[in-house]
Design a protein around this ligand. Structure first.
Ligand SMILES: Nc1ncnc2c1ncn2[C@@H]1O[C@H](COP(=O)(O)OP(=O)(O)OP(=O)(O)O)[C@@H](O)[C@H]1O
Ligand SMILES: Nc1nc2c(c(=O)[nH]1)N=C(CO)CN2
Length: 315
């Protein structure tokens, strides 16, 4: 097994490859969702209504749910079907194009958000008044979810710390679906917690725009840790590289594998300091302005400027 092989950072079996970072998402399909709607250009269609049938394809990474059997780590297809039926019953719109678009938007920004990264919608209007017998009228569209802004925190206090940070930034920047939006400065910070006598840390923070789902982003973070040969020997012990997901849009999650925002970020000057330096008006969802959190953090006096490293200069 190589450091980059199919294992999670703590040595458990990881997702079968190819995974989301290889551009291939899984698909959940719900077909034949039937409901009465009043869409159509003709007045009679709006007045009487007719049956519409919709098929949806949800593109998402399902390995976290498949591994743990947890519905909270995937999209509930019953909720999707209910949302689609509601959209069919809404409007009315003149065009099937508009109905398909409204269903795609509802899934990408509502029911399926943020796990569903792409959706396919096929709307059938089998009784459409075409003026002659036809088998069906259907439209198919495919739409991508908007990229999500996320914040990652990096820390290292073992081995060649500078190389670990530069390597992590390069690996993340090269990951499909991750675009680096900004980087914080590198700060040298006193260790917080863990065993006595461990070395000082270099910490930084990154802002990314990502088309990956939250678990896929965590997997990319773990991949960077594996590339630095991260070992988990003791809690808060020395480490070659730690990459934490601090925020993923406004998402709140109490899943122990991915708690969002990161459950200790609001107390940590070594996370808030580099973030604040790059984005002074940032807010941590559920906790308020990063500036105020930084001013109140117990470890705020343990930060000093670190080395100027390649890449960590994009604010
Ligand atoms: N927001 C998150 N970012 C990164 N890991 C998380 C997050 N939420 C939960 N985890 C889980 O925490 C577990 C332990 O992570 P890790 O070993 O990096 O902790 P740590 O860096 O020693 O401590 P801390 O979590 O206090 O930073 C991981 O297996 C991961 O699944
Ligand atoms: N200064 C500093 N202290 C820490 C850090 C860190 O990155 N920097 N990470 C920890 C666990 O993630 C625990 N303590």
């Amino acid at each position: 097994m190589t450091a980059d092989g199919p294992m999670t950072a703590d040595g458990r079996p990881g997702p079968a490859r190819p995974g989301p970072e290889h551009g291939r998402l899984d698909r959940i399909e719900v077909t034949g969702i039937r409901a009465w709607g009043h869409h159509g250009v003709l007045a009679a269609e709006k007045e009487l209504g007719q049956q519409f049938v919709v098929d949806v394809t949800l593109h998402l990474w399902t390995a976290p749910a498949g591994r743990t059997d947890a519905l909270s780590r995937t999209v509930d297809y019953a909720e999707v079907a209910a949302a689609v039926a509601e959209e069919i019953g809404g409007g009315p719109h003149d065009l099937v194009e508009t109905l398909a678009e409204s269903i795609a938007t509802r899934i990408l920004t509502g029911t399926g958000h943020p796990l569903v990264r792409r959706v396919g919608v096929r709307v059938h209007k089998p009784a459409a008044p075409v003026g002659r017998p036809v088998g069906d009228v259907a439209i198919t569209i495919e739409r991508d979810a908007a990229p999500i802004p996320a914040v990652l925190a990096l820390g290292t206090n073992l081995g060649d710390r500078e190389s670990h940070l530069v390597g992590a930034l390069e690996l993340l920047a090269d990951t499909d679906g991750i675009e680096i939006a900004w980087t914080g400065p590198v700060l040298e910070t006193a260790p917080v917690g863990g065993p006595d006598g461990q070395g000082t840390y270099l910490n930084s923070a990154l802002g990314v725009l990502t088309t990956l789902g939250p678990f896929e982003l965590l997997e990319a973070a773990h991949r960077a840790e594996r590339a630095a040969r991260r070992e988990r020997l003791m809690r808060w012990g020395p480490r070659t590289l730690d990459v934490d997901v601090i925020t993923y849009g406004e998402l709140r999650s109490d899943d122990e594998e991915l708690t969002l925002p990161h459950p200790r970020a609001h107390q940590r000057a070594f996370v808030l300091g580099p973030w604040h330096a790059a984005r002074p008006s940032a807010e941590l969802p559920g906790h308020g302005p990063v500036a105020a959190l930084l001013a109140a953090a117990a470890d705020r006096d343990g930060l000093v400027p670190g080395p100027a490293l390649t890449g960590f200069d994009r604010s």
